[in-house]
Write a protein that binds this ligand. Structure first.
Ligand code: PLP
Length: 503
């Protein structure tokens, strides 16, 4: 039996809803917003073109006009990118090796008055300890914006992710557990903030019917490609041939622009959810719990079957956590090698699309916003004047949003290697995983070493984020999506265990 790495949460009824929505007269977007807010347990839900646009709108209206935002050092590249360009320099925090989520224990040690915002991120449908995060954030006066792009339906102590922070954002791309074929949502309970958000988002236009139909056709193509027997007949042979040679067809079809982009192309800021997409969203709300349950059962079963696997660090669940297992990340020494081995035996895997935040090119000293998608083709006079050393601040004119140039966003020094030297040292955390512990300990020792000579090379004294950096090299995702039948989980686990033994 051959298993695809994902299965879009779309069935024929979603496409019927989409077609009906194209011709509906009532405002389905408002209806979807209301139903979504109720599902998450928030007062306001506001549709936005993408999560990164949502984060931008949230940061621009949250109160402070600049400062720093705490972001996990292992996350989706658009989060630090948008944060920086919205006026909040990333202040990274390492992840815990066993959860790959921001280490909650490190938060209390952060004593930096410039920090205004924290973005706890429920990566892989795993759950950040929101009780711990909220407690520290409250003490420190940080605004909490939850990133639930991968966790709709996951819970902490029975409460929905996205219902803890001052605000939260979600995204509904075609490979997520919940999809409207593009588009995203932001939520908050704060009436005044919601009003500011609506005012800022008002000029953003709904996607045209043509755009939505293109997105629906892409969703349909992905659904067919992932479906058996089509996957086995047409896609698998290409993956079987291409993957060992470094060519991954699915990655090519679904991937983002290169991650050195400070910001993604403008379509992420245009094309808000339209009526047809909202109709799909309303239908998805009815089935999301069932699909999430199937993921969670598969994920837990995979954990149990791989328990004790040698040469692999598995995700570990925490008390209070109800994950949805958007994916099953496993850390191993040679993920590409294992992926090549597994595809031979019919198991399609992915390295995922997360990045080591501090290593992103656009955060390095001297990097320029030459590919800033927001920057107008010809710099306008007010921007040129406000840009300091020749840098043009972000200006999302494409979304029709008024934007005042912010001097905070014209510097990248905070994350530069040399600037790190003066930054407060990260507390060293005890490594957990057996496989990664050696290197992690060494990296942490170097990072925290009190006897570093001032004239040693910068590389030696940079406080590192060792667990996030290791994740960058080692994570491989096994398929546990609802398209995988429980009996298949057993087969995949067997193939993985056998492949690991051969290493
Ligand atoms: C964790 C995380 N945050 C933010 C985003 C950004 O979402 P969007 O592509 O809608 O901007 C993603 C996208 O998948 C994500 O995985």
């Amino acid at each position: 039996m051959i298993t695809a790495r994902f299965s879009p949460s779309l069935d024929w009824r979603d496409f019927i809803a989409f077609a009906q929505g194209l011709f509906a007269r009532e405002n389905l977007v408002e209806k979807f917003e209301t139903a979504f807010a109720e599902y998450v347990g928030r007062k306001h839900a506001i549709a936005v073109p993408s999560a990164r646009a949502g984060l931008h709108f949230l940061l621009r209206t949250c109160g402070p006009t600049g400062g720093k935002a705490i972001i996990p050092a292992w996350t989706y590249y658009a989060v630090p990118a948008v944060s920086r360009l919205s006026g909040f320099m990333p202040r990274f925090v390492d992840v815990r090796p066993e959860t790959l989520l921001m280490d909650e224990e490190q938060l209390a040690a952060i004593d930096d008055p410039e920090v205004k915002v924290i973005i706890p991120t429920h990566l892989y449908g795993r759950v950040q300890d929101m009780d711990a995060v909220m407690k520290v954030a409250k003490d420190k006066g940080w605004i909490v914006i939850e990133d639930v792009a991968q966790g709709l339906g996951a819970k902490w102590n029975g409460k929905m992710c996205g219902a803890f922070g001052d605000a939260a954002y979600f995204t509904f791309g075609p490979t997520k557990n919940f999809t409207t074929l593009g588009g995203a949502m932001i939520v908050t309970d704060d009436d005044a903030w919601a009003e500011r958000l609506r005012a800022m988002i008002a000029p953003t236009k709904s996607a045209s019917k043509f755009h939505a139909i293109k997105a629906a056709l892409f969703g349909l193509a992905l659904s067919l490609a992932a479906m058996q027997p089509l996957f086995g007949m047409f896609v698998y042979p290409l993956l079987r041939w291409g993957k060992p040679r470094g060519f991954d067809l699915i990655e090519k079809a679904t991937s983002d622009p290169p991650h050195d982009y400070p910001l993604p192309p403008p379509e992420f800021y245009k094309n808000n959810i339209n009526n047809a997409q909202a109709a799909v969203g309303l239908r998805q709300l009815k089935k999301v719990d069932g699909l999430n349950d199937a993921r969670a059962v598969n994920g837990r079963r995979m954990l149990a079957l791989l328990d004790g696997a040698e040469k692999a660090d598995l995700p570990s669940l925490r008390e209070g956590e109800s994950p949805i297992f958007m994916s099953f990340p496993m850390q191993i020494i040679d993920p590409d090698g294992l992926a090549k081995e597994l595809i031979k035996h019919g198991v399609d895997t992915t390295r995922g699309y997360m990045s080591y935040g501090p290593g992103l090119e656009f955060l390095q000293p001297g990097s320029r916003d030459t590919r800033n998608a927001f920057a107008p083709r010809r710099p306008r006079s007010h921007q040129a004047a406000g840009a300091g050393a020749g840098r043009v601040p972000a200006n999302p004119t494409d979304a029709g949003v008024a934007h005042t140039p912010n001097p905070n966003i014209t510097t990248v020094q905070f994350v530069s290697r040399t600037a790190h030297v003066a930054a407060p040292a990260e507390p060293v955390i005890a490594p957990v995983g057996a496989t990664i512990s050696g290197e992690v300990t060494e990296a942490a020792r170097l990072a925290a070493s009190p006897d570093v000579q001032p004239d040693s090379p910068a590389e030696d004294i940079v406080p590192d984020y060792p667990h996030a950096r290791h994740a960058d090299r080692r994570v491989l995702h096994l398929p546990v999506h609802p398209g995988v039948r429980p009996s298949q989980v057993g087969r995949i686990a067997k193939v993985v265990l056998a492949a690991l033994r051969r290493y």
